[in-house]
Design a protein around this ligand. Structure first.
Ligand code: LLP
Length: 439
């Protein structure tokens, strides 16, 4: 067990203050805005996700202000966090939505967004999803394959419905980041090459019910290098110039955040300058689809310490949240910071934070410095507002993790913890098994 002292507290202490304006220690206890996390834990138990409404507002307004001169609309990528309360809050501030399924359209409509602010992306939309989107008057469908184009055409003919469409361009840019979230290379499953789009664009223009409005591009997620965007957007503009009647450009999401002190977030000034440059080069309407940048740092996953054990040279803190609640560390080797609820004092110990799921991969954080901890102490996993609760499952018979929204000194459960009966409610032992007996 290696104890660390003094300035090492900065490994999480300063992180809290610099990156999470709405999360801070007051009286040595971690607060979300004016609410002590322990208050919520006492009320609903752990684990739970906790979001700050103020942080969500600040981040959205900051991004929108940065892009103000460029007339760019912000379409929130709902996949990052599709809780109705989050979508409602961002929609209320003027965000449109980027969705990838009928389920996300349902969520946006339920949260009060207008269908005409919703763009439907995704590489494998089903016939039913396309019909549902068109019947609801969606703003635009981003087409990702020739097969999908043909399917939309058939649906339009069959239902005599108009379809506003854009084509998702694959610019063949390697956006770096994690292999599993890079989407803009030629061999990725996403988007279409320029030659195919040129061909489909003229077919679309010739069809009475297809309304080709523009082009879309999205090269990946957690991008830190504005230069990659520049390359992709240059190629997109070249393609737009070669087509007649391109009136909108959807420039995708992917803006990277700093999960740690030593990581750099995307240079937002540089990104805004790039969009201003695009604005000068085209009359088309511009939109972007950020997800992570808006919501990640507005949320934490709060978990209770179950026990602390020593495994060889490792100090393992077993908590009550697991990979089924936050899969990012297991799936992408993502490194989230861990902040103890009780502000730490030395000595600090190199620790692994692991969940109760029966897999060695069920680790929420490696190599974090944590103080002495007692059973029942709380830890907050930072920057967990994006791709956290939305990717949760009931693996190992665990209950889906609840979500809480804090706004100044008030808080509300925005998804409650289900009971075990509810978790099993969709399942049945069918009649055909009536001869099986349970001994
Ligand atoms: N637009 C499209 C077409 C997308 O596919 C995505 C993300 C976004 C926008 C939003 O990207 P963002 O701004 O959030 O980077 N689960 C992974 C991230 C998957 C991203 C998938 N597509 C993670 O936890 O890192």
């Amino acid at each position: 067990m290696r104890a660390q002292g003094g300035s090492d507290t900065s490994r999480y202490g300063r992180g809290v203050r610099r990156q999470l304006t709405a999360f801070e220690y007051r009286n040595e206890r971690l607060h979300v805005e004016d609410v002590d996390l322990a208050t919520i834990a006492r009320e609903i138990g752990t684990p739970f996700y906790c979001y700050s409404a103020t942080a969500l507002r600040r981040r959205f307004l900051h991004l929108r202000n940065m892009l103000a001169g460029t007339g760019t609309s912000v379409l929130y990528a709902v996949k990052a966090n599709s809780n109705l309360a989050v979508v409602h809050l961002l929609g209320g501030l003027g965000a449109g939505a980027d969705v990838v399924s009928a389920g996300e359209i349902h969520r946006c409509l339920a949260a009060g967004l207008g269908a005409n602010t919703i763009v439907f992306s995704g590489v494998g939309k089903s016939r039913d999803e396309i019909v549902f989107a068109l019947e609801n008057g969606i703003r635009q469908i981003n087409i990702e394959s020739e097969g999908e184009f043909d399917r939309i055409l058939k649906i339009c003919d069959e239902f005599d419905m108009e379809a506003p469409v854009a084509f998702r361009f694959n610019p063949d840019v390697d956006a770096g980041g994690h292999e599993k979230i890079s989407t803009g290379r030629q061999t990725d499953k996403f988007g279409l090459p320029a030659a195919t789009i040129r061909h489909l664009w003229s077919r679309a223009r010739a069809h009475p019910l297809i309304r080709p409005v523009g082009l879309a591009v999205h090269i990946g997620s957690q991008i830190h290098d504005v230069g990659l965007y520049r390359t992709a957007f240059d190629r997109l503009l070249d393609l737009a110039d070669a087509l007649d009647g391109v009136s909108s450009l959807d420039l995708g999401g992917g803006l990277g955040i700093a999960y740690h002190e030593e990581e750099e977030a995307i240079d937002l000034d540089g990104y805004a300058r790039l969009l201003a440059d695009i604005r000068r080069r085209t009359d088309a309407e511009l939109a972007i689809e950020p997800g992570r940048w808006l919501v990640a740092s507005a949320g934490v996953l709060v978990t209770g310490v179950n026990t602390v054990k020593q495994a060889g040279s490792k100090r393992i803190v077993i908590v009550d949240a697991a990979m089924n609640d936050l899969v990012r560390p297991t799936l992408y080797d993502a490194r989230h910071p861990v902040w103890p609820h009780r502000e730490a004092t030395p000595p600090l110990f190199d620790s692994v934070v692991a969940g109760p799921v029966c897999e060695s991969g069920d680790v929420l954080a490696h190599d974090v410095l944590l103080p002495g901890l007692d059973d029942g102490d709380l830890l907050a996993i930072g920057h967990a507002g994006a791709y956290g609760a939305v990717m949760a499952s009931g693996y190992n018979g665990r209950l889906l993790v609840p979500e809480v929204m804090v706004d100044q000194d008030r808080h509300a459960v925005v998804r409650r913890r289900p009971g075990h009966d509810e978790m099993m409610a969709l399942e049945t032992v069918p009649d055909l098994q009536r001869h099986d007996t349970v001994r």
